[in-house]
Design a binder for this molecule. Structure first.
Ligand code: NAP
Ligand code: ZN
Length: 349
């Protein structure tokens, strides 16, 4: 066991505060990682505030981890000391069921999340990346391409893969019109990745305040959804809409923007009940309403390599860990351009 230093929430209504805890001793197939940077995902806030139910405290959030390998177990062949690596939303998965080989382990029972979860033993709580180091099985560690700075690469481990996976699955590419709802942490990665895939990208944001950035990230079009004429203007246009909003918006408004056979994929998790979906908005255009959750380890590595090739990383605001509670408030107010990333050096301050 080694002592780790980090920040934890002790209860749903509490601010995050310094917290020390044990990391397991390195097993034969484990990789020891010094965490250099960790992104702040809106899911960290939902979970630390127990907005999804079932939260376990004390909770050390963080699943956008970028760091450097400091030790490897005897059976580790994929990594060596000094490698630049990442860890995303899960650190273990089912080793029993027949379907585990399909590279969709994020959807299998037995998934062990990076934090707010139990290890495979069913009793040891997992703790995430708002900490100085982590020990992870080699099969759940990702390689970060050399040309991507670690701070800007950290958000790829959740925001990047969460957008890459549906864009890839629903075949965003040349000739496809793709809309991204919400230009936040997930949304801005979606714009960059969809553009690099060759799609014609539109941002649907609440206002035009971030238009210049959206166009810089690769969007060809940008519309404000607080202007009600936007919905009439864009009716029937998009092959694919990815909805990153974590609030209760009316999906019917957006379904009407899909072309025949178009799909709207939910990745945002609304914090309140959404209005019922009208069947007419689906059957009138053979449309699909779907959802998607992060991506497999194989697809996450594919995404990182794609981002390395296209020199894509997140636009970030680097913060000291002592500023985490202020950062949470700012994320909730959509006041972040476009991901907070914690510099773990600040833990020593
Ligand atoms: P974020 O940085 O806060 O971005 C969300 C964006 O949604 C905001 O920047 C804002 O964009 C828009 N928005 C916020 N409130 C809105 C409202 N009331 N009406 C309309 N638009 C609104 O959050 P994030 O980290 O990208 O995460 C987004 C959601 O995805 C969260 O619910 C998170 O838990 C979830 N998530 C899901 C997965 C998955 O695997 N499916 C993975 C990670 C996160 P504009 O200012 O441009 O309007
Ligand atoms: Zn996340």
């Amino acid at each position: 066991m080694t002592l780790a230093r980090g920040y934890a929430a002790s209860a749903a209504k509490e601010k995050l505060a310094p917290y020390s805890f044990e990391r397991r001793a390195l097993r034969a197939d484990d990789v020891g990682i010094e965490i250099k940077f960790c992104g702040v995902c809106h899911s960290d806030i939902h979970q630390a505030r127990d907005e999804w139910g079932g939260a376990m405290f004390p909770m050390v959030p963080g699943h956008e981890i970028a760091g450097v390998v400091t030790a490897v177990g005897a059976d580790v062949s994929k990594f060596k000391v000094g490698d630049r690596v990442g860890v995303g939303c899960f650190v273990d998965s089912c080793t029993q069921c027949a379907s585990r080989h399909v590279d969709l382990e994020q959807y299998m029972p037995g998934l062990v999340q990076t934090y707010n979860s139990f290890e495979a033993d069913g009793s040891t709580p997992t703790h995430g990346g708002y900490s100085d180091h982590i020990v992870v099985k080699q099969g759940y560690v990702l390689s970060i391409p050399d040309n991507l700075p670690l701070d800007r690469a950290a958000p790829l481990l959740c925001a990047g893969i969460t957008l890459y996976s549906p864009l890839n699955h629903w075949k965003a590419g040349p000739g496809k019109k793709v809309a991204i709802i919400g230009l936040g942490g997930l949304g801005h990665m979606g714009v960059k990745i969809a553009h690099a895939m060759g799609a014609d990208v539109t941002v649907l944001s609440q206002s035009l305040a971030k238009q210049e950035d959206g166009l810089r990230f690769g969007a060809a079009h940008y519309y404000a959804t607080n202007d009600t004429s936007t919905f009439a203007k864009l009716a029937g246009q998009f092959d694919l809409i990815i909805n990153t909003v974590g609030a209760a918006v009316d999906w019917n408004d957006y379904l009407q923007l899909l072309t025949v056979d178009g799909a709207m994929v939910l990745v945002g998790v609304p914090d309140a009940a959404t209005p019922p979906v009208s069947a007419f908005n689906l059957i009138g255009g053979r449309r699909t309403l779907a959802g998607s959750m992060i991506g497999s380890i194989k697809e996450t590595q594919e995404m990182l390599d794609f981002c390395g090739k296209h020199d894509i990383s997140a636009d970030i605001e680097v913060i000291d860990i002592q500023a985490i509670n202020v950062a949470f408030e700012r994320v909730v107010k959509s006041d972040v351009r476009y991901r907070f990333v914690i510099d773990m050096k600040s833990l020593a301050a």
